[in-house]
Design a protein around this ligand. Structure first.
Ligand code: AMP
Ligand code: MG
Length: 351
């Protein structure tokens, strides 16, 4: 949820609108916009350029608003809310934040707290609430342990009549792990409302599709966790979302050690072992939250958490390059190049 490079969305839109205009015969319209600190690509199939441009402009505007409203450390409504929580005061919540908070509460619960958007203080301590990559040694063990001992949890908060109450002042909300999924869900719903039936909104790390690419399905690549291009390709069908949570994107390096930006809320320390997790689901918010939770769950617990969260298309890659998948995911993915070592787990037998 950071905007590192503040490039004018309008300028980019104009550029791509011109390119789109040159290719009147093409049915695929593509535009790129900067959102949530990454370059998002919107692909629209089968409408005229004017309609596609209107769709891109609408999504761009929505994303700008969400970026402002949901940002965990730029001044705005979420920062104000977090200040009120820290001060032990009830606070009126911006209406657009309420569904994101409520949904995140449910998802955190389903993940048994492995997806925990209440750990903003820990994320800040680790330097992950910043647009810059953190430097230097990790925080002190004592400081980490002190925050973990306060047990910030989504169970600590409740919203009644638009007012948020927290029973724990250590809660600081940060929706970095599921807001993108929710944003893509909303963007696709908006495109549909504008009469666009076939599109991909790819927000970098996560995407959602509606319809198809003409008479064939949309096809997307799953990024290689070690940054070696695409590990696999998969066909994605109407209303599906693909979210990948990876440790290759943001991390802290100190004396040769990589500290991942995904924290295990139980210990306060970055996860180890899993380098990426991809989840496909019709619910983008769920896919995004689950991908993060399953990186935390790791090789031993992912089956249990995936079952609890109700996702069935799951793929994890560990540090050795071994791929762990559900049979449903295995039936869909096509690996690029050399086939990795694959371990398949059927969730129906998970505890
Ligand atoms: P994602 O790329 O969707 O996995 O989101 C990663 C971001 O979520 C991180 O940059 C943190 O801001 C935040 N985060 C890290 N660990 C957790 C966690 N266990 N639960 C919820 N959010 C987290
Ligand atoms: Mg996520």
């Amino acid at each position: 949820m950071i905007r590192k490079t503040l490039v004018s969305g309008v300028a980019l839109l104009t550029l791509f609108a011109l390119l789109g205009g040159c290719a009147k015969q093409q049915k695929l319209y593509q535009a790129q916009i900067y959102v949530f600190g990454t370059l998002a690509t919107i692909s629209i199939w089968g409408v005229d350029d004017a309609k596609a441009q209107a769709g891109v402009a609408a999504v761009s505007q929505d994303f700008d608003q969400m970026h402002h409203d949901w940002h965990a450390w730029h001044p705005g409504p979420l920062v104000d809310l977090n200040k009120a929580i820290a001060a032990g005061k009830p606070a009126r919540v911006l209406p657009s934040l309420i569904p994101l908070i409520e949904r995140s509460k449910e998802l955190s619960d389903a993940s048994e707290g492995l997806f925990n958007p209440a750990i903003g203080r820990l994320l800040k301590l680790w330097g992950f609430q910043s647009s810059e990559r953190p430097h230097g040694p990790p925080p002190s063990r004592a400081a980490i342990a002190a925050l973990v001992a306060q047990h910030p949890s989504m169970d600590d908060i409740r919203i009644k009549d638009g007012v948020l109450y927290s029973s724990n002042r250590a809660v600081q909300l940060d929706f970095g792990a599921d807001a993108k999924g929710y944003a893509v869900d909303l963007a696709l719903a908006h495109l549909r409302k504008l009469g666009i039936q076939n599109a991909i909104v790819n927000a970098g790390g996560g995407l959602g599709v509606i319809g198809s690419h003409g008479d064939r399905p949309w096809r997307v690549g799953i990024r290689h966790p070690q940054g070696k291009g695409i590990i696999a390709a998969v066909n994605v069908y109407n209303d599906e979302n693909v979210h990948t949570s990876g440790n290759y994107e943001r991390f802290r390096v100190y004396e040769g050690v990589h500290y991942a930006h995904i924290l295990d809320p139980r210990t306060g320390w970055p996860v180890e072992g899993i380098t990426s997790c991809t989840v496909i689901d019709r619910d983008g918010t769920l896919a995004d939250a689950a991908a993060t939770a399953l990186v935390v769950a790791g090789v031993k617990e992912w089956q249990h958490i995936a079952k609890r969260m109700g996702v069935k298309y799951v793929m994890l890659v560990d540090e050795a390059g071994t791929v762990y998948m559900t049979p449903q995911m295995a039936a869909r993915v096509e690996f690029n190049g050399e086939k990795p070592k694959i371990v398949i787990s059927d969730l129906s037998t998970a505890h």
